[in-house]
Design a protein around this ligand. Structure first.
Ligand SMILES: [Mn+2]
Length: 209
């Protein structure tokens, strides 16, 4: 019998991808994710700064993201941003599957000039968000900075994760938001990795997550 080095590498039982469509009277959204991607993104939400933030999740999370949203922007961006969070959460939950071998926890600090944010995530199976981001400006382009909270609340409720977000420093709202989304991406990347020392094992003493 021969063995090769590949026998000891983590083997994924299924590709960690998902496609979810969500249609309501307020928004029509399609999200495709590949958790083991290279950071490619195709984004159209109708809100330029929001696309810029979603691009950070793909790039720094090394997640391929395809997000197309048509929402009631004639009202404001609220439904569109919240519902993209919900649909992305559903897609990530579907792609992550049974969580066998998952690192589960992830954290990151990301600076951008004067701004600094910290994000800590746990694929706990329980939704929970604690977010402390004192934005220095209401609007960032056409993006209402209050909607960052709505996005993460939607994501958390449907990805079933515990998420702590703290903006520790920052004077410019664009910088504050960008450090939050980049730190979220890096934390996500860490938590979603397969730990080669724990292949096939659900990372909980409960035996389920
Ligand atoms: Mn920027």
């Amino acid at each position: 019998m021969t063995t090769s080095i590949t026998d000891s590498l983590p083997a994924l039982s299924a590709p960690r991808t998902a496609e979810v469509s969500r249609n309501t009277a307020e928004t029509k959204i399609t999200v495709k994710v590949n958790l083991d991607g290279t950071g490619k993104a195709t984004l159209s939400t109708g809100i330029g700064f929001f696309d810029h933030m979603l691009d950070q999740i793909a790039r720094h999370g090394l997640i391929d993201l395809d997000i197309h949203a048509v929402g009631d922007l004639h009202i404001d961006g609220h439904h569109t941003v919240e519902d993209v969070g919900i649909t992305l959460g559903q897609a990530v939950a579907q792609a992550v599957g049974d969580k066998k071998g998952l690192r589960r926890y992830g954290h990151a600090y990301v600076p951008l000039d004067e701004a600094l944010s910290r994000v800590v995530i746990d694929f706990s199976g329980r939704p929970g968000l604690v977010m402390n981001v004192p934005f220095k400006s209401g609007m960032i382009g056409t993006f209402d900075s209050q909607l960052a909270y709505e996005f993460f609340q939607g994501f958390v409720n449907h990805a079933f994760v515990t998420l702590h977000i703290d903006n520790l420093k920052g004077e410019n709202a664009h910088h504050q938001a960008e450090t939050v989304f980049k730190a979220f991406a890096r934390a996500l990347r860490m938590a979603l990795e397969i730990d080669p020392r724990s292949v096939g094992v659900i990372p909980s003493t409960k035996g389920s997550l």
